[in-house]
Design a binder for this molecule. Structure first.
Ligand code: SF4
Length: 194
């Protein structure tokens, strides 16, 4: 018996649905592509970022919109939002962080395995925003290192997506030796992290 409704009557060419990741530079021949190990790892990492949303207020609502079908963060392979720090590699801090909450943000950061990256989403996470008061942390970079700051109060989902793309650029280009370097160790020591 025929189904009452038919879907997808107009076939789209397959290429219209698929976007290919940019291939790292290297030497290519029939059936092979030769490149540097850190470029291949960077390619894999940048297209499989697992975010950990640490949302405390209104900016978190913008993140919800960013995850929805219209803005669709999944387009970057970032749909696997995790709530266990041990499985995630991108900490997204969204919202006002009270000074009491600072040690909690730091603990979550410490529980994440290297390599890990951090985005401060919105004015509050970046600088305390409008809350220039005794109780609010004036930016999460007072307790943990931040890789990308997303401006706005709140930032629109497009701005959050832009922040994730900036992180992708960093992740894709990061040297595999960076985390073992003196500069990186000094950065962590500046935050009292061994
Ligand atoms: S930056 Fe603005 S929208 Fe975001 S948490 Fe602060 S007050 Fe709310």
């Amino acid at each position: 018996m025929a189904r009452p409704v038919s879907y997808n009557l107009i076939k789209k060419p397959l290429e219209a649905d698929i976007s290919m990741a940019e291939m790292p530079e290297g030497v290519m021949g029939e059936g092979f592509h030769l490149t540097f190990l850190d470029k291949a790892i960077g390619l894999a990492r940048r297209n499989s970022i697992w975010p950990l949303p640490f949302a405390t207020s209104c900016c978190g609502i913008e993140f919800m919109a960013t995850m929805g079908s219209h803005y669709d963060l999944a387009r970057f392979g970032s749909e696997r939002v995790g709530f266990s720090p041990r499985q995630c590699d991108l900490l997204m801090v969204m919202g006002t962080i009270a000074k009491k909450m600072g040690p909690v943000v730091k603990q979550v950061y410490l529980q994440m395995a290297e390599p890990r990256w951090v985005i401060a989403v919105g004015a509050c996470a970046s600088s305390g925003g409008i809350f220039d008061t005794y109780s609010v942390l004036q930016g999460i970079d007072q307790v943990i290192p931040v890789d990308v700051y997303v401006p706005g109060c709140p930032p629109r989902p497009e701005a959050i997506i832009d922040g994730v793309m900036r992180i992708q650029d960093l992740v894709g280009k990061e040297s595999l030796r960076r985390r073992n370097g003196e500069k990186y160790k000094a950065l962590l020591e500046g935050y009292g992290i061994q």
